[in-house]
Write a protein that binds this ligand. Structure first.
Ligand SMILES: Nc1ncnc2c1ncn2[C@@H]1O[C@H](COP(=O)(O)OP(=O)(O)O)[C@@H](O)[C@H]1O
Ligand SMILES: [Mg+2]
Length: 607
């Protein structure tokens, strides 16, 4: 699967791309096309049969005892057979196309999910989850609908007009020409409504504004607590309000633009016999053989209404193609986003020392670099702490280690190998992290912890939960470890969520552990217990710990002090205090605030 997409993919667009997508399941789609073509040929059989019936009847008129009733009945059965054959063949075509569509949907979703998982975190932050969800759910699902329902109709809409034209001209070319004039006028009107560039542009604008509105409403709902707390309304929530207004401004002209053409088109295709009538009258006035004239004229009057269904199909197909092509473009734009490059040949790394060598990094679109020539080493078996004011680049360091982003300058080594020369999967196996904002899936607690290690047994998970001080509160939940997060009445506090993330890291048991303010939400008693759990966890590992409370980092083997994206001091606690620099300043402030709080409260206070 890895080689399926990526750089070699030919960028196709429009209907070519749609057919390429449909061809994911080639035999099924060819079968569907063939059956649908056959169905559409067979659908004309009843009309031909009726022509011959009319001929028999008119030929016998007025002496009906001369009527070859056996033949008429045979023709009647033929017409009936045509109807049934059409239904059966079309049904079989739809079966094939549905099977093809589900197969394609499965493949596309899988590829898409696989692809977005490998995109750098920066892409996700910039693109917006509402928009991405819409691409993944709606746009890709529309492709399924397109292949299942519209693909057979596309084939039919190519085959049917050909058969129709043959029939139109086979019996009397003059009537054929009249009908053709009617068809040409209708198609012209239809093209004015759908086929031109400005219509496509309008459709794209409409789709894009719909997407923006979706994104804004997802954001609105996510931020509902802020909205409520600050008494915001939809009207004061600017971005949502603006997108709704923008949507309105696109949807109205878009609808109006084709409304008139549509009415005209519908009227025309339902009245093509109006083109036949004058021709019929003209021919009839000069006819000598009334019987043969009547045969043909009656046939055309019966046949012509069937043209409307053929034209309607063409219309649905073309509007469907237009609607979906925008969605396909959006899907492709995500698929064309560059994934983090993976090495052709993996370089093995030995051990798990982490070395930052002159690392610089800037977030996309922001001016000042978040990290500026940062160099340090974090040794295996040691705890390396990173401290510094907020915004100084601590979390950025943590995010660069698992390659959420790639460095802008310098190199990061794990076990002596540049992390860009390691397979992402290998790197991920080596690193566990606990970040400040913990994401829990709508699954049972058990499964949420198992994310750390798919192979973990229930016992191992419970042991990890105990070590992370989760066991007590999990037991109190309605279904214990099988309680599904996010169901009614289940709410976990920030500290509890964080402890679940720690349990995840414990079951993963990776050689590198990155903790970004991992105990920030924990209360003092719990923090003490978690620290004890960590002591077991971190033996012989490379640990990078980012912490608020200097008490937490005091015992670290090495402390790195960050300031405005630069590592300004490095050393042990004692060394740094002695050096009298930034750290000793922070330490002084910390201890004096501790005294201050203790004397105010008159008892020991943890900060
Ligand atoms: N996703 C992001 N996009 C743009 N800028 C960011 C992003 N994350 C952090 N920054 C900026 O990078 C700098 C360092 O941030 P961060 O590493 O989170 O600091 P810390 O963890 O020390 O508080 C800050 O100036 C912050 O505004
Ligand atoms: Mg941070």
């Amino acid at each position: 699967m890895k080689t399926q997409e990526g750089s070699e993919r030919q960028p196709k667009t429009g209907s070519a791309r749609l057919l390429e997508l449909a061809a994911t399941k080639k035999p099924l789609i060819i079968g569907a096309g063939f059956l649908s073509a056959l169905a559409s040929v067979v659908s004309f059989v009843p009309f031909v049969a009726i022509y011959y019936i009319v001929r028999e009847i008119v030929g016998a008129y007025p002496g009906f005892d001369l009527l070859d009733s056996e033949k008429v009945i045979r023709l009647g059965w033929l017409a009936f057979g045509g109807v049934i054959g059409n239904i059966l063949l079309y049904f079989a075509a739809l079966m094939c196309s549905h099977l093809a569509a589900f197969g394609t949907l499965y493949q596309l979703k899988l590829n898409f999910a696989y692809h977005i998982a490998r995109l750098p975190l920066g892409f996700h932050l910039g693109y917006g989850s509402g928009k991405l969800r819409k691409v993944m759910d709606e746009n890709i699902e529309k492709i399924e609908g397109f292949i299942a329902h519209q693909f057979p109709d596309i084939v039919a809409s190519f085959v049917a007009p050909v058969v129709m034209l043959v029939i139109l001209f086979a019996f009397d070319w003059r009537f054929g020409l009249a009908a053709l004039a009617g068809i040409a006028v209708s198609l012209f009107v239809e093209f004015r409504a759908y086929g031109n560039d400005s219509a496509k542009k309008m459709m794209d604008n409409y789709q894009a504004s719909l997407e923006e509105m979706n994104n804004a409403s997802v954001e609105y709902i996510r931020g509902i607590s802020v909205v409520k707390a600050f008494r915001q309304t939809v009207f004061s929530f600017r971005s949502l309000h603006d997108t709704i207004k923008k949507y309105t401004s696109f949807v109205l002209p878009y609808t109006l633009s084709w409304e008139n053409y549509m009415s005209l088109f519908m009227t025309l295709i339902n009245h093509i016999y109006l083109f036949i009538l004058p021709v019929g009258i003209l021919i009839g006035m000069r006819a000598t053989d009334y019987a043969s004239f009547a045969q043909t004229f009656i046939f055309y009057l019966i046949f012509v209404p069937s043209i409307s269904s053929v034209l309607m199909k063409i219309m649905y197909v073309s509007s469907g193609m237009m609607q979906i092509s925008g969605g396909v473009e959006r899907m492709d734009s995500v698929l064309n986003e560059k994934v983090l490059p993976e090495p052709q040949k993996e370089r093995r790394s030995l051990g798990s020392d982490i070395v930052f060598e002159d690392v610089s990094f800037s977030y996309e679109g922001s001016g000042a670099p978040a990290l500026n020539h940062v160099s340090f080493a974090a040794k295996q078996g040691q705890v390396t702490a990173i401290v510094g004011p907020s915004g100084s680049g601590k979390s950025t360091i943590a995010h660069l280690i698992p390659r959420f982003y790639d460095v802008s300058g310098g190199r990061i080594f794990v076990g002596g190998t540049d992390i860009r020369d390691m397979e992402l999967a290998t790197l991920m196996d080596k690193v566990s992290f606990v970040f400040q904002d913990v994401f829990l899936f709508k699954q049972s607690i058990m499964e949420n912890i198992r994310i750390g290690n798919q192979g973990a047994s229930d016992e191992e998970i419970i042991a990890a939960a105990k070590a992370a001080q989760c066991h007590e509160f999990i037991k109190r939940l309605p279904q214990g470890y099988h309680t599904v997060i996010g169901t009614r009445g289940v709410h976990l506090s920030g500290g509890e969520r964080q402890r679940i993330a720690i349990a995840r890291a414990i079951v993963k048991n990776a050689p590198i552990l990155v903790l970004d303010e991992a105990t920030a939400f924990a209360d003092p008693e719990n923090e003490h217990l978690i620290q004890k759990a960590f002591e077991k966890l971190i033996q012989n590992k490379t640990v990078i710990i980012i912490a608020h409370r200097l008490s937490t980092v005091r015992g670290a083997d090495k402390i790195i002090v960050m300031k405005e994206g630069a590592a300004v001091e490095q050393g042990t606690h004692d060394e740094l205090v002695r050096a009298g620099g930034k750290y000793s300043e922070m330490w002084k402030m910390y201890t004096s605030s501790l005294h201050w709080k203790m004397s105010r409260a008159g008892r020991e206070v943890h900060v």
